[in-house]
Write a protein that binds this ligand. Structure first.
Ligand SMILES: C[S@@+](CC[C@H](N)C(=O)[O-])C[C@H]1O[C@@H](n2cnc3c(N)ncnc32)[C@H](O)[C@@H]1O
Length: 246
């Protein structure tokens, strides 16, 4: 891994990411979008921003449902992949989440599957949420889907070894400085590639403080992709439903 790059610039542009996260697929995205849409009544043509969209699995499905969707992500390979599916109601742009939003009249902004909590400085997290606030119409919704650290830490497997597609994979997990650290070693022939994931342990009170600081009003918290109520003890996810005040 290059010294100057942040871990998230490296890992999400690596050819091995899909190897570990193959189960985070279109059907998981579609299940969540169907459950989420059943809770709201967005008009046809409503504008969505998928912030840190990856390869665009949620954005594509939303556009198929008749919404206007923009997906943004920092990873060049992810955005190039997503752009193959562009059409008049679906656009993908390469952009850092701390930069100005791609519009200021979104009905809904989505930030899904732990695409937050990467930075070292709280001010950077606030920058992202301020961009979200700026991008929304008044009354517009913001959905942020994050891991539930209490649940994850209890279930954490410190070390794992397995092989996939002729590659040897070793994963080490630990908690350090209030972050969940995952070290990934991939052996391909006689070469070992090393990557890192490092996300903050953000607990419900942390999110409450962050949203309050950015004038995002909390409505609900779900605990999984079926949008069932959040329990800090047993939910795998914390999915925050917020809005920009009218
Ligand atoms: C865990 S993936 C989730 C992707 C997508 N939301 C999904 O559910 O498939 C996190 C995403 O955040 C993107 N990302 C990381 N740092 C970013 C940054 N500073 N600005 C924008 N996107 C970033 C990564 O490139 C990656 O696509």
């Amino acid at each position: 891994m290059s010294e100057t790059k942040e871990w998230f610039e490296d890992w999400f542009s690596s050819p091995y990411y899909d190897l570990l996260y193959a189960h985070r697929d279109d059907s998981e995205a579609e299940l969540f979008i169907d459950n989420f849409l059943s809770k709201f009544s967005f008009q046809p043509g409503s504008k969505f921003w998928d912030l840190a969209c990856g390869k665009g699995r949620h954005a594509r499905y939303l556009a198929n449902k008749g919404f206007q969707v923009i997906g943004t992500d920092l990873s060049e390979p992810f955005i190039q992949h997503a752009q193959q599916h562009q059409h008049k109601d679906l656009t993908f742009i390469r952009q850092d989440m701390r930069e100005d939003p791609p519009g200021t009249d979104f009905d809904c902004v989505l930030n899904l599957f732990t695409a937050f909590g990467y930075f070292k400085d709280r001010e950077e997290d606030l920058k992202v949420l301020r961009q979200v606030h700026k991008s929304l119409k008044s009354g517009g919704r913001f959905i942020l889907d994050y891991l539930n650290p209490s649940f994850i830490i209890r279930q954490m497997v410190p070390s794992e070894n397995f092989s996939r597609h002729n590659l040897g994979i070793e994963i080490q997990r630990r908690i350090e400085s209030n972050r969940i650290i995952k070290e990934i070693h991939i052996q391909e022939g006689d070469k070992i590639h090393q990557y890192l994931e490092s996300v903050q342990c953000l607990y419900p009170q942390d999110f409450k403080n962050l949203f309050q600081a950015c004038e995002l009003e909390i409505h609900e918290v779900w605990g999984d992709y079926k949008c069932r109520p959040f329990s800090e003890e047993s939910s795998p996810r914390q999915i925050w439903v917020c809005s920009k005040s009218m």
